[in-house]
Structure formats: structure tokens, C-alpha cells
Design a protein around this ligand. Sequence first.
Ligand code: SF4
Length: 355
Amino acid sequence: MTTTTPAANPVSSSPDVVSNEATQRFATACQNISKEMMERWSAADLLALYELPLMDLLWQAQQVHRANFPANVIQCSSLLSIKTGGCSEDCSYCSQSARYDTGLQSESLLALDVVLSAARAARDSGASRFCMGAAWRGPKDKDLPTVIEMVREVKALGLETCVTLGMLKAGQAEQLKKAGLDFYNHNLDTDSDYYAELISTHSYADRLATLQAVRDAGIKICSGGIVGMGESRKNRAALIAQLANLPTQPESVPINHLQPVPGTPLADQLPLDHFEFVRTIAVARIAMPASWVRLSAGRGDMDETQQMLCFLAGANSVFYGDKLLTTSNVDMQADQQFFNRLGLQIVKQESDQYG
Ligand code: SF4
């Protein structure tokens, strides 16, 4: 793989230093990606990448992307809320917290046949993975057998399975693994230094402990974050460094753009500049070269050109389907036409084709 030297960065206070450091780091990464993954990134390295001119950053991200993935494939996951609202936790961005008056109608755990019907529809529309989300602090022992049955039956439909259930207690990850669970989603959400501004009912260390339990059980990890929650660029760089520096990098990395929900503490949050969002995708791609970087919440508010820029920056996965847990997403037929126009091919099973 060849590398190029970006021009000096006109927006940095010390342009040559920042640009050269980032370039050197990137050149090392390109020489040996697996070596880089062992060495790990610092937040400062990633901040330096953020501060490159956008075209240079995109060029670097494209090179990393093409060195690790076929350039024109996209993985599609479908997401279903299997238990909605009434959550005990206080995540400031979330419509499902019982602490905020968001007008959301709570629903108890769905019946198996309802879940299977949604999973079949997702599979028939081209989704390769079916994600089931429950608004819990963590699954109660009485609920876990029902979820396990869902995992088993969805897997039998030929879909990859993912669940997001909150924090796991000892032994729960192993039970899910035994049922055939492929992925567990548990986002770090934001930089550990900013975390307390957003969530008080469970800690950053709690999240890391669940990710470790999932990894120890042999389940693949889906973990990313949300940007546009009032954090700084430095916080965003630190979040990506924390994801990239997990003992093993997450196989899937969802990058969400906050969708402010009326009634939540972040209801009036101003949107992040789209180019800053694109930079976040590009930095995630470079820092986690072998991960599927997913353009997640917020995609429904982006026009096609904005989405295309995210794909150019290295996003190669999307949530597919008209709804994301409780917020709207992009119409499926419109997505299929859009991908066709871009020449993007929907990948069938990422684990089969790319290990
Ligand atoms: S734990 Fe999950 S469902 Fe509950 S408030 Fe936080 S993000 Fe929402």
C-alpha cells in the first residue's frame, strides 16, 4: 500500500508539527496494520488526524478502507425494539428513559412470533444481521430465556444475530453465546472524561466490564458512540481512541449522530457540523481498519450526498429499515435504489466472507 504526504494543515496552530506527526503515524499504520493495532493509538494521534484538511483525511481513510475491505460493499443490519421504554437509567440522549417525559409508549417484551416475523421481513429485504434491542439496565434472569429463544430462532432463519440488552451479569454472556449469539452491542457512547455529563446511573467502568464479559464469552462486539452531544473534538478523538484501544477492537463500530428527542436533557442540542461527523467516520476507519464502521442514527436526516461522503470516509455498514428502536430511519426501497446508484453491493454475511 502506498502513502501520500498531506499538505501542511492551515487550521492548526502548529500546522507542520500536527500534520507531520499524523502523517508519520499513518505511514506506520499503512506499512503494517496489524502492528499498528498492537501498538494502539493515542487520543492525541487521532486529534491530529481530525485536524488534517478534510480532503487529506478522506484520502487517508480511503486508503485504509481499500486495504482492508472490498471498496464497494455495504453491510446492512436491521434493528427491532423488543422491549420499549420504561428504562430505569438516565442516559441524557435517550427517549426510553422512564425519567424523561418523551411521550413514548412503553411496550413489554415482544412475543417470539412478532420478532420472527420482523426478522423474516428483514432477511427477505437483504439484511444480513438482525439486532434486537431492549430498554433495560440489564436483562433480568426471568427475561433472559425469552431473549435466548429469540436468538436461537432468528439464527435458524439464516441471519446473524445481535442483541443490545444493557449491562450483563456474570454468566449471562455465556448463556447468550450458547444460544448462538454472534454480536453484542454495548456502546461506550462518549469519551470517559465527558461521560458523567450525560449519564449517572451506570459508569464507564460498568460498560467496559460488560464488553469484557462479552469478549470473554466469545461473542463479537458491536460498540461505538454518539456524537453531537455537546462534546468537544478532543472528546470525540478520545472516544475513538478508547474504542480502538479495547483489548480487541470491536468488529462493528456504530457511529451515531444525536437525534435530539423532545423531553430529554439534550432536546435543544444544536446539530454537529456534517463535515465534523464525516471526520469522525474517517478517523474511526483509520483507527479501526478492520472494523465495520456503521453509519447509524442520524442517517435519516442526511441527504444522499452527505451519506455518500460518509461512505467515502470509510463507513461500510448501515442500519437498514424504516425504524431504529424508537426513531425513524431511511425507507428500505429508497436505500436499495440509492445503493444501486452508487454501485454498492449489499454483503450477505460478513462473517462468512471476511472472517
Ligand atoms: S440504558 Fe439504554 S434504554 Fe436505558 S436510558 Fe440508557 S440508552 Fe436508554
